[in-house]
Write a protein that binds this ligand. Structure first.
Ligand SMILES: [Zn+2]
Length: 294
């Protein structure tokens, strides 16, 4: 890790990073190379997965077999364990049930994550924060980054738990108060990223497959301001292996697995973040999630 002026009280501890995600596979598709890099450099990294992904579909035709569909929760748990091992991080399930992606106007399934009283879910995550004691927490922005009810709920729960965990009056009985110092929102998979990849591939005479996505990108889509670019191109291969471990969710050679990795390393060697809550003085833009802490 970087040397610097240590903050009083945390200098002797390894840096700790918590990433809070909605479903198994989200940690491998959003910010995974960052997690792998910090873990390899000696940080303690914990992924908290809010739901078990029970209502996800089998998206990879090669995995769409009766025995897989029959026990998808167990299959996804095993995939998560493999991805965790590849990334070199720890992982906990928060224990809520996937809300699925209901058709417009359809109600959410009873008891699912997105219908939980906010306080119940915040209490569960507060307990995780008080146990792991992260210095930095990463999650999605207010939009969820993608309009899935579990992603929006993950944002709400994480932002609230970030604020609650250091307050002894909140959620007594879930461990000693702990105040994380920086909260980040993922700014990966941005329009700018897709546009840069599309342009670079087109310039090399390759069909990016991203044209329709870019054309259909809503003008009104919010773009979180990038404050922090973490160089992690050395870990894109680890990210890819973790992603492929979620075999029911990813088809090799399709969508995100399609663009040439040498182009990605050349054009966009970072994963990007928006610093939403700094509780320490910061100097933006930064290139390290732990900047200002060590
Ligand atoms: Zn998800």
């Amino acid at each position: 890790m970087k040397q610097g002026i240590p903050l009083e009280g945390i200098s002797a501890e390894p840096p700790r990073l918590m990433a809070v995600h909605a479903h198994p596979d989200d940690e491998s598709s959003k910010g995974a190379a960052t997690l792998a890099r910090y873990a390899a450099e000696g940080a303690e990294v914990l992924v908290v997965t809010c739901t078990g992904g029970e209502r996800g579909a089998v998206l990879n035709p090669a995995m769409d077999r009766p025995e897989v569909r029959a026990d998808l929760p167990a299959v996804r748990r095993a995939e998560m364990e493999r991805a965790r091992e590849i990334l070199g991080v720890r992982q906990h399930f928060l224990g809520f049930t996937d809300s699925g992606l209901p058709a417009e106007g359809d109600p959410l399934p009873e008891g699912c994550f997105a219908t939980q009283p906010l306080d119940v879910a915040v209490r569960a995550l507060t307990a995780e924060i008080r146990e792991f004691r992260p210095h930095v927490v990463v999650t999605y922005d207010e939009t969820g980054g993608y309009p899935h009810p579990d992603h929006v709920m993950t944002h709400r729960v994480t932002a609230a738990a970030f604020d609650a965990a250091g307050d002894p009056a909140r959620h007594p009985g879930t461990g000693a108060p702990w105040r994380p110092l920086k909260l980040y929102y993922l700014a990966t998979l941005s329009r700018a990223w897709f546009a840069a990849m599309h342009e670079a591939m087109t310039a090399r005479g390759l069909d990016s497959g991203m044209g329709p996505l870019l054309e259909g990108w809503p003008e009104t889509a919010p773009t979180p301001e990038v404050t922090t670019r973490v160089r992690c191109d050395g870990y894109f291969a680890v990210r890819d292996r973790a992603l492929l471990a979620h075999a029911t969710q990813i088809t090799p050679g399709e969508s995100f697995m399609r663009h040439p990795r040498d182009i990605e390393r050349e054009v966009w060697p970072t994963e990007d973040y928006h610093l939403a809550r700094p509780l320490v003085p910061v100097d933006l833009p930064e290139d390290d999630l732990f900047a200002g802490l060590w």
